[in-house]
Design a binder for this molecule. Sequence first.
Ligand code: ATP
Ligand code: MG
Length: 272
Amino acid sequence: MKQVCVLGNGQLGRMLRQAGEPLGIAVWPVGLDAEPAAVPFQQSVITAEIERWPETALTRELARHPAFVNRDVFPIIADRLTQKQLFDKLHLPTAPWQLLAERSEWPAVFDRLGELAIVKRRTGGYDGRGQWIITESNQRDITDDLFGEVIAEKFIPFDYEVSIVGARFKNGEKRFYPVTHNLQQNGILRYSVTDISFPQQKSQQTQAESMLGKIMDKLEYVGVMAMERFVVGDKLLINELAPRVHNSGHWTQLGCAISQFELHLRALLDLP
Ligand code: ATP
Ligand code: MG
């Protein structure tokens, strides 16, 4: 059986390793600073638990490795600019947005997006870091060095947030978990609740599967991907994607016959 190398050796990599164990799949989470020669690339499929990484001896080697699954998808999703462009190209609803390239654009931004804008770093933000809520009165908080490096998004007064985790296999087949309702505190995910008897569940599930399915097909993606969305009345707006296993899918470890971690390995190795 093939083995799997995971770029990154944090929690998600360890959970992938744990999922591989009963299947006899050896999973090696690898730290970014690992010596390339010490990593068992031969006979390995390569995946990642993160969407963006600094240049190191290891990541330089990986960036051109043919066994790195979804290698060319990571940079598209890791940059909010190209990620939002993808939604627009596929006509998928998302919060109105634009690149913030120069200070002189502020009046036009407020005209277009309304009085509250969320400014987000194009790359490297997580758990709500690298984000600012901006009005006309605090626009100086966006310092000169940030222009070009951030996008501005309309502030969405959503009812609640949901996500879906799904996987695409090499032959285009897809599998999805039930949509979960996510509760964040200070930008950090605290609870994910799935209730398949929830009245909106069925319509949200159908829509979410079709949207994430369209994205994964377009990218010819293989493996698990997550999509976060805002629910506003009967509208659903995509917030962002994660090209990997996701914290809103951790419940599948105990709640499903096949967890998101096992599903990712099955898709990568083309197992049933
Ligand atoms: P995480 O790593 O937790 O997924 P993140 O730092 O990648 O977060 P986002 O998911 O874009 O960033 O934003 C974090 C949270 O901020 C969202 O889950 C949501 O609660 C809030 N938020 C983001 N964008 C908007 C918006 N346009 N309008 C209102 N709230 C927003
Ligand atoms: Mg998020």
